[in-house]
Design a protein. Structure first.
Length: 560
């Protein structure tokens, strides 16, 4: 039965699904010009920086998964930045900061090296078609940044407005580059339908188009980044920018009932989604009713256990020898599952002992006519990140450093050159036997992301929903968007009131129904499926794409 706000999109030759319609259109244009999924992804990423700057940008980080059809293999790219060389725990302690008294979340001390630009370039170099130059891929966005674009939809203008406080700070001299100046000289955020121009961002992308990574990490852009950070009290240097490089990584995965879910390894939090599935496969979810009390209680408990492990152990593997892959061992999943009481909430979810056990943001996805697919995510973290704008650049710098721990013995403790625990995660699903790609998807929104990965995936493979229905279905969030699975269980409007009452009876602190703009806490997802895996009666070949776009954003799925 069709209960979605709109039908799933079907197409043959290629598609883009993103949170901004114009960004999806620009990506589709690249596909039509002969570019592949990776080429289109970088165009969309740049366009979203322009159209949704409170969520993403070249001043932030990125990750992607790329499925190469010819090799039948999923590749990973970690484009996250590292802590400045002078950002030591000792330095922060001297300033009076510790785990109980952290620096302000938009502090210049929270600024890590922006990894997105190197990630854009490397995505094209490693996975691109070779048919289009970097300049051809970025030119549509450069042109639109100069001529202007209409701010799309009430969700976009609302997000721009509620995240903009730092832009108005007199100390943040160039924050006005992302605001509109009234006739009387006062500043405000743009309104829905208003044409916004960003010549500074156009200049930055033009510099990258002409000089590659050096156009960002060296030269005038680098000068402006270092200048504004240091003038506001941060410690980022030119050498930190020059030293940065992204990394090709081996994705991690888990088999769930014949479907293999792929995630970026730590420092990303994709391992939370994988461990949750590792726990959930010990229960017969297929016999449960979607969004019933039994189902929601089980997922809440699985999330809490998974986050307890991730927040303890997930860190930059270059600085840690923790055997985090033990979290994905079948026996470990069983041990964690045994801690779940189906009749009451667990009030104390502690991390397991993985040493001694033996064996938030924009997300979008693209696919091309040859079957290559890119799952791509890019973010500056909390709305507008640090909110700090380098002069003449038209973008904000991220505040990912706020995710570092200031506990000396913690795996994620701050250290020079270290990547922090990262919330943004792209995902893919393949056939566990053949390796054939089935789904490329993701859900934005801080610590909602692994929770959304599990919910949307189960919607399709356990409850028979197509990609659009799976995104439309009411979701829930354990905790808040930036604290992990700590705190109340937030339930979206559409989940039955009786279920809310029963969850309270089981001992959960329930908040809901969550409605209106507040639904942003449940993330905004995009899905491209290469096969109708939700229909267990059919065995179609990979001939048609099935595409969905989240109703909690202003975007759309486009194909040809």
């Amino acid at each position: 039965m069709l209960n979605s706000r709109r039908s799933v999109l079907n197409c043959l030759n290629g598609c883009v699904s993103s949170s901004q319609t114009l960004a999806s259109q620009l990506g589709l244009d690249i596909l039509k010009k002969g570019g592949n999924a990776a080429d289109a992804a970088v165009t969309v990423a740049a366009a979203l920086n322009l159209m949704e700057p409170y969520s993403t940008g070249i001043g932030g980080d990125m990750f992607c998964l790329y499925y190469d059809k010819s090799k039948n293999k999923v590749f990973g790219l970690n484009g996250s930045g590292r802590a400045p060389g002078k950002l030591t725990l000792e330095y922060l302690n001297k300033l009076g900061f510790n785990e109980e008294n952290k620096f302000e979340y938009r502090s210049p001390l929270s600024i890590t090296v922006p990894g997105a630009c190197a990630g854009f370039v490397d995505c094209i170099d490693k996975f691109g078609s070779g048919k289009l130059t970097l300049k051809e891929i970025l030119s549509p966005v450069i042109s639109m940044a100069r001529t202007g674009f209409p701010v799309s939809g009430p969700i976009t203008s609302h997000g721009w407005n509620i995240s903009s406080e730092k832009l108005f700070d007199p100390k943040n001299v160039f924050g006005k580059e992302l605001l509109v100046e009234n006739a009387d000289g006062s500043l405000r955020t743009p309104e829905t339908g208003e044409v916004f121009r960003n010549p500074g961002l156009a200049n930055v992308f033009e510099s990258v188009a002409n000089h590659g990574k050096d156009g960002f990490y060296k030269g005038w852009v680098a000068d402006e980044i270092v200048d504004v950070v240091q003038n506001m009290g941060g410690v980022l240097t030119h050498q930190d920018l020059i030293n940065h490089e992204s990394t090709i990584v081996e994705p991690i995965s888990i088999d769930y009932k014949g479907f293999r879910l792929w995630e970026i390894p730590p420092n990303g939090q994709g391992i939370v989604a994988l461990e949750a599935l590792n726990i959930l496969k010990n229960f017969d979810i297929g016999e449960m009713k979607h969004n019933s009390t039994e189902y929601l209680h089980l997922l809440v408990e699985a999330y809490r256990l998974s986050f307890a492990d991730a927040l303890q152990y997930c860190a930059d593997p270059s600085f840690s020898d923790l055997p985090f892959k033990n979290m994905l061992n079948t026996k470990y999943g069983k041990l964690r599952a045994n801690l779940i009481d189906l009749k009451k909430a667990n009030k104390s979810c502690l991390p397991g002992d993985i040493r001694n056990f033996q064996s938030d943001t924009v997300y979008f996805t693209t696919a091309d006519k040859d079957g290559n697919v890119c799952s791509f995510i890019n973010s500056t973290y909390m709305g507008f990140g640090s909110g700090i704008v380098p002069r003449g650049c038209g973008f904000t710098l991220q505040n990912r450093g706020f995710n570092f721990s200031l506990k000396p013995d913690h795996a994620n403790v701050v250290s020079p050159g270290k990547r922090p625990y990262h919330t943004i995660i792209p995902a893919m699903v393949t056939d566990a036997k053949t390796g054939e790609l089935l789904v490329s998807y993701g859900v934005m929104g801080g610590f909602m992301q692994p929770q959304g990965h599990v919910q949307v995936l189960l919607n399709m493979i356990e409850f028979g929903m197509d990609p659009q229905q799976a995104l439309d279905a009411p979701r829930f969030l354990v905790g808040s968007g930036h604290t992990g699975a700590v705190g109340s269980v937030n339930l979206e409007n559409g989940i039955q009131p009786e279920v809310m009452k029963q969850l309270k009876h089981l001992g959960h602190d329930v908040n809901g129904p969550v409605e209106g703009f507040d639904r942003a806490m449940f993330g905004r997802g995009q899905v491209i499926a290469c096969r109708n895996i939700w229909d267990k009666t059919r065995k179609s070949k990979n001939e048609v794409y099935w595409v969905g776009s989240d109703p909690r954003a202003d975007g759309v799925s486009l194909g040809y």
